[in-house]
Design a binder for this molecule. Structure first.
Ligand code: PAF
Length: 282
């Protein structure tokens, strides 16, 4: 696996991989790689063109009160994991490369970036959309892989690529879970033993609510009961909502025709950790 730390090194390495193999698949990450990221890299490798993965903890997607300085970092471990997954090139830019002096351009997304995480974390999706647009411009991949775990992020990136006519496909990859159902996340390491034992209830409740809403019944009473159940288990529920999958607009009930597109999304805090999860309905 090659490692690029400057834009010149990246461009040289990408040009030679592209010349040899005819395309590139890309996995953007913030490091602290777990099985979910490894699955994205393996999918990228399986696509038949070389995989490029970036590791960049993006300051623009963290608010001042968030955990940027505490975000877990393990460069040596991450590089070993990428190599073991068959990644061809690791891209490790520094902040000055991603945000050059005098920078004055960001990517603001409305539509699917409004509500939910957009409300809870003002500026977050502007940071994600901006850094991904820059990374796409640097790597120039044919396709890029994102986990469904961050469902809203995946829809925001799809919207950016469609709206800015960027020449790549976005591939969503199903959430990778621990054996007890907890969605893998770099932040799970901050759960204490009691919180860790409680955490899988979020996915269990989502699964049972999804089952109840699939027949088209009015969602709100079921959602309200589920929020109460999670609160009783110790979660501070931020939101639990039934939405249209691509637009994230709330829906009152699953219509038979939209069953495949409806999504149940949730964010709930356990101790210091905000857990995000979502499931399809129907
Ligand atoms: O999902 C993430 O890890 C980040 O939001 C991403 C897509 C790498 C952008 O910094």
């Amino acid at each position: 696996m090659r490692i690029a730390r400057t834009l010149t090194e990246l461009r040289t390495a990408c040009a030679s991989l592209r010349a040899d193999f005819g395309g590139l698949a890309f996995v953007p990450t913030m490091g602290a790689l777990h099985e979910g990221h490894k699955t994205l890299v393996r999918e990228a490798v399986a696509s038949g063109v070389p995989a490029v993965a970036s590791i960049f903890v993006n300051p623009l997607q963290f608010a001042a009160n968030e955990d940027l300085s505490r975000y877990p970092r393990d460069e040596a471990g991450d590089l070993a994991a990428l190599e073991a997954c068959g990644c061809s090139l690791a891209w490790l830019p520094d902040v000055a490369t991603m945000y050059p002096a005098g920078e004055a351009t960001t990517v603001h997304v409305s539509g699917p970036a409004e509500r939910w995480e957009g409300d809870a974390r003002p500026g977050h999706f502007r940071g994600v959309a901006t850094v991904c647009t820059k990374l796409f411009g640097q790597v120039r991949p044919d396709r890029a892989y994102f986990g469904e775990k961050d469902w809203q992020q995946l829809q925001v990136i799809k919207r950016v690529v469609a709206d800015l006519l960027l020449p790549l496909a976005i591939v969503g990859v199903p959430t990778v879970r621990e054996a007890d159902g907890l969605a893998m996340s770099s932040r799970n390491r901050y759960l204490n033993a009691t919180e860790r034992a409680t955490a899988p209830a979020l996915y269990r409740v989502l699964g049972s609510v999804a089952g109840m809403l699939a027949d088209g019944r009015v969602a709100e009473p079921v959602l309200a009961a589920a929020r109460a159940e999670l609160a009783a288990a110790g979660f501070a529920v931020d939101y639990l909502a039934l939405v249209d999958g691509p637009t994230l607009a709330p829906i009152a009930a699953v219509a038979p025709t939209e069953a495949a597109g409806a999504r149940l999304i949730a964010t709930a805090k356990l101790g210091p950790v905000r857990l995000l999860d979502n499931v399809g309905v129907g």
